[in-house]
Design a protein. Sequence first.
Length: 219
Amino acid sequence: MNPQADVRIKKLRYENGQAHFNVSYKEGKIKGLVLPMPGDHNVLNATAAIATALHMGISPDEIKDALKDFGGVNRRFTRVAEIEGVTIIDDYAHHPVEIAAVLKAARQSTEGRVIAIHQPHRYSRLEDLFEGFCGCFNDADIAAIAPVFAAGEAPIEGVDHVTLAAGLVTHGHKNATVIDSEEGLAALVKAEAQPGDMVVCLGAGTISAWANRLPEALK
């Protein structure tokens, strides 16, 4: 089988943070595939891996077992904890396209609200992609913006977390706000999160450490 052959996703649905789907290809079908993470982008990546595995002669049953046991990639929709019904997710996304994809996946995997916490990475990136950042939080019921992680850069006048939160509001977001510290993250989650909600921490800086310390702070 050619790895570029026509492999199609069928009957895709999301349930409890998992993707359930079938694939069809020239020689047959694989039914009942389970990927233990949400997101159309993750399903597409998995399907590319399935096509390659079929080309290498790996059996459909082996593919199903491997996919079901896939542990994911660190900081890609990593489930940190569930505290009193609130799920905490840590993700490396720091580009508007990545953020939109992660929040779409969050929306697909929870029946509660999506609370996005974003720490912009580099002043220059925020300035260059400002319009994109203003429009990528549409799947978040609440979007909270933390101070920019400078990564060695000097601040740029008029480019900061307050400006970004205001930009979200200007672009139509109904609940965009700012937090100023790790303590502000815990305070926001304590005040806003309800059982069934998902808190998604996004960024390439210290936000990952904040996410991983959040369960203890919530106690």
